[in-house]
Design a protein around this ligand. Structure first.
Ligand SMILES: [Zn+2]
Length: 197
């Protein structure tokens, strides 16, 4: 492989999620025919993500400024926090353009079989934010999977006694699916139809 740049590229591309051997080959040959400046731009974009994107120390969303623009935007409602599993889920909710509160990214779900407990998630940070006061509602928008539901229940048990309203997005979102792949309309309906836990 070291002697063959094209084979090396195919191998590297194949490590990306969702890229099989055939796709990796097609991409490698495509890059070979792509003008040098376009390849430079692609490489620069990839490196820029690694160099400049970090996690918000308040909400754990990905950001290039800390705290992130959602946490610092005075137009966004401090009283409502939407809790999601991963930073990409923030994008799914943002695409609806209907949510004007803030976010909290858990960075996973409670998954006992994989040894992931509450302490492995960003739950302490969420409690700290609620503890500062001013938060009235937590919308739990974890994925409609077994782990997502268990995490939602755990959060409700933890937060309701503190006196904060905890709601769960409606399950118009297909069960077992990922919020990432949910279209804006379904996601909007899921937010609108949320119910108290
Ligand atoms: Zn933030």
């Amino acid at each position: 492989m070291s002697g063959d740049p094209l084979a090396g590229l195919v191998t590297a591309l194949q490590r990306l999620p969702g890229i099989g051997a055939k796709s990796a080959q097609r991409l490698a040959f495509h890059l070979l025919k792509t003008p040098r400046e376009d390849v430079d731009a692609l490489c620069a974009a990839m490196l820029s993500v690694k160099d400049r994107v970090t996690y918000c120390s308040t909400c754990s969303n990905i950001t290039d400024t800390d705290p992130c623009r959602y946490c610092t935007d005075p137009q966004r409602d401090r009283r409502v926090i939407c809790v999601v599993e991963q930073p990409e889920n923030v994008w799914a909710v943002e695409r609806t353009r209907g949510f004007r509160g803030r976010y909290h990214v858990l960075m996973g779900t409670i998954a006992p079989l994989q040894g992931i407990g509450p302490d492995d998630l960003k739950i302490k940070g969420l409690l700290a934010r609620v503890g500062e006061g001013g938060v009235e509602e937590i919308i739990v928008a974890t994925n409609p999977t077994v782990e997502g539901e268990a995490t939602a229940l755990y959060l409700a048990k933890l937060l309701k006694p503190i006196g904060v309203r905890v709601s769960r997005i409606a399950m118009g979102v297909p069960v077992g699916s990922d919020l990432d792949y949910t279209d804006e309309f379904t996601m909007s309906k899921a937010m609108e139809g949320r119910r108290d836990m």
